[in-house]
Design a protein around this ligand. Structure first.
Ligand code: F6P
Length: 370
């Protein structure tokens, strides 16, 4: 608990963007200004602080006013910019020899916050950003985290903002694909984001009446998928929709990493490509893949995500006012609560293969590849 009076706070967004980030920024800014505090936005995660203050046209840390935020509830992306390549604890730097090494620059951030006379920070981000926030808390920074990810895989909170928007858009895409798949009598394999957790694939696949849903939590057997589809084809229904999370993998294999570099998050790719090629080979039927990828992150947040984001932002400011630090705002129906950040990070919230939604899918005749 910290009871020192707050005059200035900073807010930042880290990791991949998610619909609703701007609504959180708005709620943080407006509720802080209402308390008489000044609000500053740090650009691009924490990178804005690394810019020297005498840098020409320096705008790494910007003052936020009501005018800056009042119209951004419905805006996708983040007005502050973000990065998933700028972890100050493992900052990628080039050596004289050209190699990339990870350097701990966190003390520069702590000093930078002091230089700007920032009394407290609201850090909006996923597991990586919240882990950073916890390290800054241990270094004496007064900080509250707001959980963010379209993947909905953060522990401690029943839901993260951006997830509903991603699922709604994925479901709309699956609806569209039914029509074209039916017209061409094809198998359409749709890849959605979800690096290690299959929430988006599961919820959109069940809602969009997929024939097959493949998620990382249930490693698949491609022969079982093919058998299921073969048995499902009739004269009237000779097409199929297969929804694949990008992190789905075969039970005797692993997920496909296409990029792993110092200071960067692991990048996956190729899940739908692999499934489509194998199904085409096994079923001798045309199979095409569609990768929804970043389309799921763009766009305007749904009403559900707008309200959730505004509630997260306002609750973060309430937490600071009440003296909390080192906590994350968590949604636990029907309330927003505060939990220690370290209780939330480092462990993912995965789909339970025996969960009610998976069981519902199975009862609707959907194959999960097992
Ligand atoms: O936000 C998480 C996520 O959407 C993952 O599902 C995905 O693997 C990742 O972001 C991709 O991020 P980027 O391509 O922006 O590095």
């Amino acid at each position: 608990m910290s009871t020192t009076t707050i005059k200035k706070i900073a807010v930042n967004t880290g990791g991949g963007d998610a619909p609703g980030l701007n609504a959180v920024i708005k709620a943080v800014t407006m509720s802080a200004i209402q308390r008489g505090w000044e609000v500053y936005g740090i650009r691009d995660g924490y990178n804005g602080i690394f810019l020297p203050t005498d840098y020409p046209n320096h705008d790494g840390v910007i003052r936020l006013t009501i005018d800056d935020v009042k119209d951004i509830t419905s805006l996708g992306g983040t007005i502050l910019g973000t990065t998933n390549r700028g972890n100050p604890l493992r900052y990628p730097m080039k050596t004289a020899a050209g190699a990339v090494v990870e350097v701990d620059r966190s003390d520069e951030i702590v000093e930078g916050l002091k230089r700007y006379e920032i009394d407290a920070v609201v850090a909006i981000g996923g597991d990586g950003s919240l882990t950073m926030a916890n390290e800054f808390y241990k270094k004496g920074v007064r900080i509250v985290g707001v959980p963010k990810t379209i993947d909905n895989d953060l522990s401690g909170t029943s839901i993260t903002f951006g997830f509903d928007t991603a699922v709604s858009f994925a479901t709309e895409c699956i609806d569209r694909l039914h029509l074209t798949a039916k017209s061409h009598k094809r198998i359409m394999v749709v890849e959605v984001m979800g690096r290690y957790a299959g929430w988006i694939a599961l919820n959109s696949g069940v809602s969009g009446s997929a024939d097959v849903i493949l998620i990382p939590e249930i490693p698949y057997d491609i022969n079982k998928v093919a058998e299921h589809l073969r048995a499902s084809f009739t004269e009237e229904k000779d097409y199929a929709i297969v929804v694949v999370a990008e992190g789905a993998y075969p039970k005797d294999g692993t997920y496909a990493v296409i990029e792993k570099e110092a200071g960067k998050a692991e990048r996956l790719g190729g899940a739908a490509d692999r499934v489509a090629a194998e199904l085409q080979g096994l079923l001798k039927k045309e199979a095409r893949e569609v990768i929804l990828g970043h389309l799921l992150r763009g766009g305007s947040p749904t009403t559900f995500d707008r309200l959730l984001s505004l509630r997260f932002g306002a609750a973060a400011v309430r937490a600071l006012e009440e003296g909390y630090s080192g906590v994350m705002v968590a949604h636990q129906v029907p309330n927003m609560i505060y939990i220690p950040i370290e209780e939330a990070v480092g462990k993912m919230k995965l789909v339970d293969p025996n969960s009610e939604t998976v069981r519902t899918g199975r009862e609707l005749g959907i194959c999960f590849g097992d």
